[in-house]
Design a protein around this ligand. Structure first.
Ligand SMILES: Cc1cc2nc3c(=O)[nH]c(=O)nc-3n(C[C@H](O)[C@H](O)[C@H](O)COP(=O)(O)O)c2cc1C
Length: 183
């Protein structure tokens, strides 16, 4: 069982990717294999042509199919999630999130569009039948500072929100583990 970190920002210097990596670092104690996939690093032609046989796309689909947890991160673009992320989500089967826990993350320029996660991204994720979609984590660019080494220095409110998200994920994983042992 593994955890996939899926990044949906086209920006090479992405604050969304830094938030995603930060969350991924906090997930290390769960002892799962963690793989980060940035959509911008997939072959663009294969992605747009939905070429599921292309090795990078095939690997993505395999990794998502095997995963127990999917952390999905996107910048807010035009009051919704990124088109790049949608191109990836469109490759997944209709029930491609069945049995999985999903943690949505987003970054935006302001608080105005924080509901984009709820009205745009969550319904798309829900359509693929996940076991559970955890409460979303949303941060504005100015809440995502940087340490001198380039890693994320989140504002206290965001750090607390991430800690709560990790705790909720851990509780869900624990419940699942207990159910598997009892079966
Ligand atoms: C094309 C484009 C559209 C954007 N639209 C919005 C928007 O509707 N609402 C918002 O709050 N921020 C918007 N932003 C700002 C980004 O969401 C914000 O800067 C985000 O943190 C960028 O993440 P990144 O560094 O991972 O690309 C937009 C940025 C771009 C480039």
């Amino acid at each position: 069982m593994s955890i996939i970190l899926l990044g949906g920002s086209p920006s090479p210097n992405s604050s969304t990717s830094r938030l995603l990596q930060h969350v991924g670092n906090q997930l290390a104690p769960f002892g799962r294999r963690i793989t980060r996939i940035e959509a911008r690093e997939l072959d663009p032609q294969a992605l747009l042509a939905a070429d599921c046989g292309e090795p990078g796309i095939a690997r993505l689909l395999h990794l998502v199919a095997q995963a127990e947890v999917l952390v999905v991160a996107t910048p807010v673009y035009k009051a919704a999630y990124s088109g790049l992320l949608k191109a990836v989500l469109d490759l997944l089967p209709q029930d491609g999130l069945a049995g999985k826990l999903v943690l949505p993350l987003a970054t935006g320029g302001s608080q105005s569009h924080m509901l984009a996660l709820d009205y745009a991204l969550r319904p798309v994720l829900a359509s693929m039948a996940p076991r559970s979609i955890l409460p979303s984590i949303y941060a504005t660019s100015d809440q995502l500072g940087r340490h001198p080494d380039g890693s994320l220095a989140p504002a206290p409110g965001i750090a607390a929100r991430v800690a709560l998200g990790i705790e909720q994920l851990g509780a869900e994983l624990g419940t699942r583990h207990a159910a598997a042992l009892a079966a």
